[in-house]
Design a protein. Structure first.
Length: 174
């Protein structure tokens, strides 16, 4: 009987340690919630037609299509969220009535700058500048998102032995 009682106590102790809100943990926001904003945009863009141009160096192709997975299409924007506890002191914030700018204080971080322009407290344009480099390559990207208008990704990449390549993706909402 005492073994059963001890086992019951152990089970109760372990079960009381788990939180009932495990799946509902709130993410700490230190900066503008880019991930949340782009998840919301992805939901609102479902079924919307876009004229998409993809180019590499001098070659380009344009198509009109309906994007099935906007979350994937806007993934680079979503991944540019800087709300990480380790980065809370790594960005300087400049705020005016119409613009919010985050600039990194650590040149080693990929996300160098985020500029959000507002009109009536609603984001009207988001520009994100990234840079990364190692022994094999140097890459810089500029991501631009204008709600109800367009999104654009431009990338300049210099790879050892392969040279310089320029890429661009532009999607204009219909």
């Amino acid at each position: 009987m005492t073994k059963v009682f001890k086992l019951l106590v152990i089970v109760l102790l372990f079960s009381s340690c788990s939180s009932s809100n495990e799946g509902q943990a709130q993410k700490q926001l230190y900066f503008f919630d880019l991930a949340g904003y782009f998840e919301q945009q992805a939901s609102s863009l479902k079924g919307k037609q876009v004229v998409k141009t993809v180019s590499k160096n001098d070659a380009s192709e344009t198509k009109t299509l309906v994007i099935e997975n906007w979350g994937q299409e806007l993934q680079l924007f979503t991944e540019s969220d800087i709300n990480k506890a380790a980065w809370k002191d790594s960005y300087k914030k400049d705020l005016t009535a119409t613009k919010l700018i985050y600039t990194t204080t650590d040149p080693e971080l990929k996300i160098q700058k985020i500029e959000i322009s507002f009109k009536n407290k609603v984001p009207r344009k988001i520009v994100i500048d990234t840079k990364s480099k190692n022994l094999l390559y140097h890459t810089s990207e500029t991501l631009i998102f204008i709600p109800d208008s367009l999104y654009q990704i431009t990338k300049h990449q210099k790879v050892i032995l392969l040279g310089l390549n320029n890429y661009a993706i532009t999607g204009k909402f219909k």
